[in-house]
Design a protein around this ligand. Structure first.
Ligand SMILES: [Zn+2]
Length: 163
């Protein structure tokens, strides 16, 4: 696998996990050139996991979309990239688990999984993501969402980045 940081193609696998009842394998890899750690996925190709969109259409589940959404939410926030990668991994795992029977899940349900993760990471990122994903109808809803966060509290990002 090509290292996303330096382009080296030599790496060693440091962890392998089987996901979704054997439907996918995730590997943690370490670049032999620069030591950067990244994640790769292997999936069975003929049966894609589908996402049901707001308008009812379906499209194949795409991890990159999860990461792009997270990227936008954490922009200019003091959050390490490792924490984002970990959250993306957890969201993918939980999405496959939640939709394992039908091999599909609604984009709204996936959004809620992401929000649950962000609520423990960073309030600003959470609110940014929620405002896109839940399309708040009015200011009251928005204020209510912030109030809920006050009671949940938030963990420092460094905790999530470890390991
Ligand atoms: Zn590298």
């Amino acid at each position: 696998m090509r290292c996303p940081l330096c382009g080296n193609v030599e790496d060693k696998v440091i962890e392998t996990r089987t996901l979704a009842e054997g439907g996918a394998v995730r590997r943690r890899r370490e670049c032999s050139g620069c030591g950067y750690r990244f994640t790769s996925y292997e999936k069975v190709e003929d049966k894609p996991f589908m996402v049901i969109k707001h308008d009812g259409r379906r499209e194949p589940f795409d991890r990159d979309k999860i990461e792009r959404g997270l990227d936008r939410a954490i922009r200019k926030r003091p959050i390490p990239m490792l924490a984002i990668e970990r959250i993306a991994n957890e969201v993918v795992d939980e999405t496959y688990r939640a939709g394992s029977l039908a091999r599909e899940l609604s984009s709204a349900a996936i959004g809620e999984i992401v929000l649950e993760k962000l609520s423990k990471l960073d309030r600003v990122a959470y609110i940014r993501y929620a405002s896109v994903c839940r399309r708040f109808e009015n200011l009251d809803e928005f204020v209510e969402e912030i109030r809920k966060l006050e009671t949940v509290g938030s963990e420092p990002p460094t905790k999530l980045a470890r390991g």
